[in-house]
Design a protein around this ligand. Structure first.
Ligand SMILES: [Zn+2]
Length: 209
């Protein structure tokens, strides 16, 4: 990616971040996105799961609803998505079924990511055409927005948690620490597996007592 190209992508990601900031002041998980067709933003979205009490109102679905009210679904085949956080498993699958051209995202989603963070829904063998992804654009900003949200939510809780958990951490670990799970070494995977077995064992005991 040359400088010129990078500027274009950063410009659109900046717009996605504005949507995430809007979500933050609306007490929604700060994730924002824009869909770009021929250099023009054709849809904007932010998370709306709290206001709507609907867990499927992710930024991508919200933006898509707006796009589909004006365009045929086929427009997505020539459209790129810029989203502050890696699409979750649900959104990653929707994007593939609708044939998105490419996805640019800020930070990885280590719990629910569908494009490398946890699963590889964008590229696994499937009947639908795979799509390329590019992560890490304004990654720090995306992470800080999420942290601000969790600090803000804790402060609003009826019994605020210990002060330690309310402080906004601004230090961001280098990339490799946040590398997608699919890139973890075999040793790490084995360790995780062992831990999981242990947790399951504990859970089983709890059930039987
Ligand atoms: Zn999602």
């Amino acid at each position: 990616m040359d400088d010129e190209e990078r500027k274009v992508h950063e410009g659109f990601m900046r717009e996605a971040i504005k949507m995430a900031e809007l979500a933050l002041v609306s007490d929604e998980t700060p994730v924002g996105c824009v869909f770009v067709h021929d250099g023009v933003i054709i849809g904007r979205g932010m998370n709306e799961t709290n206001r709507t009490l609907n867990g499927t109102r992710h930024a991508e679905f919200v933006a898509l609803a707006g796009i589909l009210s004006k365009h045929p679904i086929s427009i997505l085949k020539e459209t790129d998505l810029y989203v502050t956080v890696e699409p979750c498993v649900m959104c990653a699958s929707m994007l593939r079924q609708y044939g998105i051209r490419k996805v640019y995202f800020g930070c990885w989603n280590e719990r629910f990511g569908g494009t490398g963070g946890v699963l590889n829904i964008h590229s696994d063998p499937s009947v639908d055409k795979p799509y390329p992804v590019h992560g890490g654009i304004f990654r720090e900003e995306a992470i800080l927005l999420l942290r601000k949200f969790y600090v803000q939510e804790n402060e609003k809780a009826p019994e605020p948690k210990q002060k330690r958990t309310r402080e906004l951490k601004t230090e961001i670990n280098p990339m490799d620490v946040h590398a997608p799970k699919s890139m973890k070494s075999e040793a790490e995977k084995a360790k995780m597996k062992a831990e999981k077995v242990q947790v399951n064992g504990t859970a089983n005991r709890t059930v039987t007592t």
